[in-house]
Design a protein around this ligand. Sequence first.
Ligand SMILES: Cc1ncc(COP(=O)(O)O)c(C=O)c1O
Length: 447
Amino acid sequence: MSLKPNSLEELWMPFTANKHFKQEPRLFVEAKGVYLKNHRGEQLIDGCSGLYCIPGGHGRKEIADAVAKQIMELDFSPPFQFGHPLQFEVARRVAAMAPGDLDYVFFANSGSEAVDSAMKIALQYHRAKGQPQRVRFVCREKAYHGVNFGGTSLSGLVKNRETFGPLLAGISHMRHTRPPEHKFVMGQAETGADLADDLQRQVDLYGADTIAAVFIEPIAGSVGILPPPKGYLQRIREICDRHGILMVFDEVITGFGRLGENFAADAFGVIPDLMTLAKAITNGVVPMGAVVAREHVYKAISDAGPAKGIEFFHGYTWSGNPVACAASLAALDIYEKEGLFERAKKMIPYFLEQIASLKEFGIVTDTRGIGLLGAVDFEPVDGKPGVRGYEILQDLFNNGLLARITYDTLILAPQFICEQTHIDEMFDKTRSAIKRSMNRPQLRAVS
Ligand SMILES: Cc1ncc(COP(=O)(O)O)c(C=O)c1O
């Protein structure tokens, strides 16, 4: 890409240290396969599938061709009261991939929109079932469910919440699933299933018939990969069943092969009532989100609606947009034809071994991982959270690795097309960056 911006000033960047970025910019200008190129022409290996969204690799011609063709054939189709063939086909494909009777797909444009859509579906479901008083939601500390007001209210991250007032009423949080005794446990911990009993406590406190749904990331992702203890999700499912509470899996990160199965629901053998998706649904190329609903949820809402009237007063201008659908079909074809989820599955043990091996460094205070998702916590410098992490982020950008850093946690989520040599390259660069961080006598304060 030849364009060089004349000014960095006017852009207000999301979740970014804007002032500092503009002093020391980090721009990407090209990407192909497992590699990106920065504005200085240096190559970086993509250790985070973009932002957990490009498992099939950058610059896929099949997707580019499908998108270009679709723009010339039908670039936009009004989504309310009209349809177009591709959205039915994506819905059919996603429903076929999803376990059990998760068979009905509602489209949005992002994970955040999918989460808010799922909240509304849950509320309308209970109204349709004659229980309009079920308006509460239960979720978890350390959860990330996007940034719209619904998802922000569900989220369990103080920085994402504290500025924005009281948020939605009627939302309460269970504990997260990484107690201190799980330090350095890789995969699912043997203990901790009883953390699911926090849901029963919510039932005992608020009354089961006030609770609409519980929102769970099967693996808490953005905060730094917290796998569920063995039996935890099954226990949440049992409590939901006992009390008529809908179970929602937020699979925005875990959906489409991250654990070597279609969805985390498959990997853990637990079928939620609703599942939210985004990111890899188009191989990250065009924004798209979705909620997948079980038959009883869809049928309850559609049966309660009028014969010729709208059943669900919700949707977006770009719900099921034809261009996004073309990208999605091409991405799903790539996953299937290249057996990418199988390929991911084969790479998982080696990847997790590498994550676990980082324990050898004195500044590493925890390692976690499951599927092709791994995280390492670093000791904060001088008790200031985030300073070391930000240093490492910059260091990695300058030394050829794109990783996700949140505070002092480094997250790796490789693409499924990676060969072992790519994984080795990521870990060589990670190890070198950790060594440099340990040897840096004074980390520059950034806050
Ligand atoms: C579990 C989960 N839910 C929702 C979202 C929000 O997705 P988006 O950024 O597409 O709005 C994310 C984003 O990372 C996520 O990880």
